[in-house]
Design a protein around this ligand. Sequence first.
Ligand code: MG
Length: 313
Amino acid sequence: MASSTIKTVHLVVNPHSGYGGQHLMLADLRASLSDAGFEVVEYTTRWAGDGMEYVRTIDRNNAAVAVWGGDGTVNEIANGLSGTDVPILPCPAGTENLLAKELRIPSDPARIAQIFTDGQMVNCDVGQINGKNFLLILGIGFDGEVVRRVSSTRTGHISHLSYFWPIWRTFWEHDFPKMKIVADGQEVFNDFGLAFVGNISRYAVGLRICRDALFDDGLLDLVVFDCREQAHLLMHAAFTLLRLHPLDGGIVYRKFKNLTIETDRPVPTQVDGDEGPQTPLQISVLPTQIKLLVPRQQRRGVWPWKEKHARDI
Ligand SMILES: [Mg+2]
């Protein structure tokens, strides 16, 4: 159980990720943690990469880290704590909180604080793309282009609406690249399309693209949609939204440890919601590299995300 080991909770706050009433919720979380007897050390990040530097300097004994931010901030903290036993709890306080949703972290501050007392510590794999860590999901091609367009026009707080015009424009202008994909030594795709690699199943706005992905199985999940033109993409998107994707007819789905992707021209990528490297890509997995704090399970032996996953399919 978590409570016997955790004495200090480092609350890492990204001041740009929250808005409106979330500041009140942050005050509630601070108070709930103190009431539960934890020493709370709060750190407000100042720039990208600052949170990662901070957690590298903390005393790791009896410590845990609560991340008050979105997936970008969580990714940074995971990078800083990779290879350590310091558990991370991602609070759903950003624009996109895919990991917090995957772990079913509640949004109520009192219930978040409770997880530090009676939650469970679980292992989580970390992915590597061209030597850099990633935690959640990456997209190669279409959504890499969307994220590149969003970042180039970004001025401040980002919302789902910030993605509308970039997606619209990318949709009409995107020229699908030819990709050669080799998974664990075997060529699995050599055609025009777009690809995703996931450590978790969730993708933006609730889509479950890498639908069988588990963050603790020591493998990453690859999905490739064969796509030559906009109509194919619409069809794939519609099936995915309806969770009816047949996973055949031009779709590759497989788990892997090592992957290479080469393309007919440099193609942008999206890594955990931010701009990533351009192709060619080397992708691999580092098993059980970080610890996460999750709510205590109600039923012994059944992970809720696996249970839900089984229901969805
Ligand atoms: Mg996995």
